[in-house]
Design a protein around this ligand. Structure first.
Ligand SMILES: *Cc1c(COP(=O)(O)O)cnc(C)c1O
Length: 477
């Protein structure tokens, strides 16, 4: 990845971990005070370090610290947070024009993104797309399209699913806290069925059997003829990086075909090379009727899409889909540059390489620390689930303690899981290998430090400044 053209270089920032102050440092703490006074407490903070620059595999904070980024802003900055090609494309587009509204007077970059989506998404049938601003907005539109195209209204979703925070997508999302509590009533005709969760299912349950269990629930509780869409994340994100058993997704897709329901893949987190292929559905040759993308699509700019069978997407009357900003030209320029970067640097291959580097290290960690109950994931979407040793009882307290210990050492990690017992790793796909390895060393240290327990009385933990009020740690998808 080095020695290529300037545009293909992941970043000009020094690719190193460098700690000049405790974390958060004094300038971050000042900003945190202003944040507390001005920003809604309803918006969470995983790690209260304010960022000044970012690129490649590092975040540079306002105190001059350089952190290793195993979060990518939640699977967004796969090409890095200042990928040269993206920066250049955005600068050119923003100088040409920032907005016309595609529904008023169109522009080429929107069309070009839809052409690329048709080429890159699974299946060689005719495809069309519509563009939106966020994953949640795109998921809502996939449901609108599915209902319109089928003339049915029921939507099937899964345990542990995460699809967003708007009213309809809260209904689709499984987890109560923090996403749903107190925000109802929710949209009706959404039905939740069991997911394939190999670590927690009865041992030996195959993907086909897990699909049969879900299908039995659909047929008895909803009725096959009422189902507009079965909406599924091919690898669950916020739910805890749950990889369904092989055969689960193909059996569901096959049931949809037989039943006249649409198989809708929410690839908002898994898409665009994250799992080692352009899309996670490819691992089992599943071709969704509709595929929803966002997060990694545009190198950090807000863009989302629904792509699907032309006749399905076109079933909606003209004017039925859209929005003021959907497919903003600057975001489209960023998406085209991101896709080009992914192709040029073979970031799907980079994601597979990240899995090769991580998995043996995570397995070794599990050997040393019985609190690690499961190691799983695919490509650069990897996780460990933490449980009370010898059981499968979730251990969110240790999960949060390890995350904090990583943060204090300059490694950004995120948690996930219905029970908050999953540490997830989503490095930018352009992260140089020495930083991946250093990040894994830090993770080892963090586990060791937590296993040794709190520092003895009278000894101050270096990264817990006394004046700092506790900051809530939570998943922030
Ligand atoms: C993040 C996410 C969403 C929501 O995307 P936003 O851009 O935050 O609205 C939907 N589905 C999945 C699988 C996600 O990971």
């Amino acid at each position: 990845m080095t020695g290529t053209s300037a545009l293909a270089r992941p970043s000009d920032l020094a690719q190193e971990r460098r700690l000049l102050t405790e974390l958060p440092g004094p300038r971050s703490r000042e900003l945190l005070e202003r944040r507390r006074a001005a920003v809604s407490d309803g918006v969470g903070t995983t790690f209260p370090v304010f960022v000044e620059r970012a690129g490649g595999g590092v975040l540079l904070d306002v105190d001059g610290n350089s952190l290793i980024d195993f979060g990518s802003g939640i699977a967004v900055t796969s090409v890095g947070a200042s990928a040269p090609r993206v920066v250049e494309a955005v600068q050119q587009q923003v100088a040409a024009f920032t907005h016309t509204c595609f529904m008023v007077t169109p522009y080429e970059p929107y069309v070009r993104v839809c052409e690329r989506l048709a080429e890159l998404t699974p299946g060689d049938h005719a495809k069309k797309s519509a563009l939106f601003n966020s994953g949640a907005e795109a998921v809502e539109n996939a449901v609108k399209i599915a209902r319109h195209a089928t003339g049915r209204s029921a939507v099937v979703v899964f345990d542990h699913a995460y699809h967003g925070r708007t009213n309809l997508t809260m209904a689709l999302t499984a987890k109560d806290m923090p996403y749903k509590r107190g925000f109802g009533p929710f949209a009706p005709d959404v039905h939740r069925v069991p997911m394939s969760y190999p670590y927690r299912d009865e041992p030996g349950l195959t993907g086909e059997q897990a699909a049969a269990r879900a299908i039995a629930a659909i047929e008895s509780a909803v009725g096959a003829e009422r189902v507009a869409a079965v909406l599924v994340e091919p690898v669950q994100g916020e739910g805890g990086f749950i990889v369904p058993a092989p055969g689960f997704l193909p059996a569901l897709a096959e049931w949809c075909r037989r039943s006249g329901a649409l198989f809708v893949a929410d690839e908002v987190q898994t898409g665009f090379c994250r799992t080692g292929a352009w899309f996670a559905c490819e691992a089992e040759g599943v071709v969704p009727d509709l595929i929803v993308t966002a997060k990694g699509i545009a190198g950090g700019l807000p863009l989302a899409a629904v792509t699907g069978r032309a006749e399905v997407v076109d079933a909606v009357h003209t004017g039925g889909l859209g929005g003021t900003y959907g497919g903003n030209p600057v975001a489209c320029a960023a998406a085209l540059a991101s896709i080009e970067t992914m192709r040029e640097l073979d970031l799907a291959g980079a994601a597979r390489r990240i899995e090769e580097v991580f998995v043996p290290r995570l397995r070794a960690l599990a050997q040393r620390h019985p609190v690690v109950g499961d190691v799983r994931g695919r490509g650069a979407m990897l996780a460990v689930e933490l449980v009370r040793p010898g059981t499968t009882e979730p251990d969110p307290a240790t999960t949060s303690a390890v995350a904090k210990a990583c943060h204090a050492r300059g490694l950004v990690v995120l948690t996930a899981g219905t029970h908050g017992d999953v540490l997830r790793f989503l490095p930018p796909l352009v992260m140089p290998e020495h930083l991946l390895l250093e990040g894994l060393d830090v993770l080892d240290e963090a586990f060791d430090a937590v296993a040794q327990g709190p520092a003895p009385a009278g000894v101050q933990a270096p990264a817990a400044p006394a004046q700092q009020a506790p900051v809530q740690q939570q998943s922030t998808v």
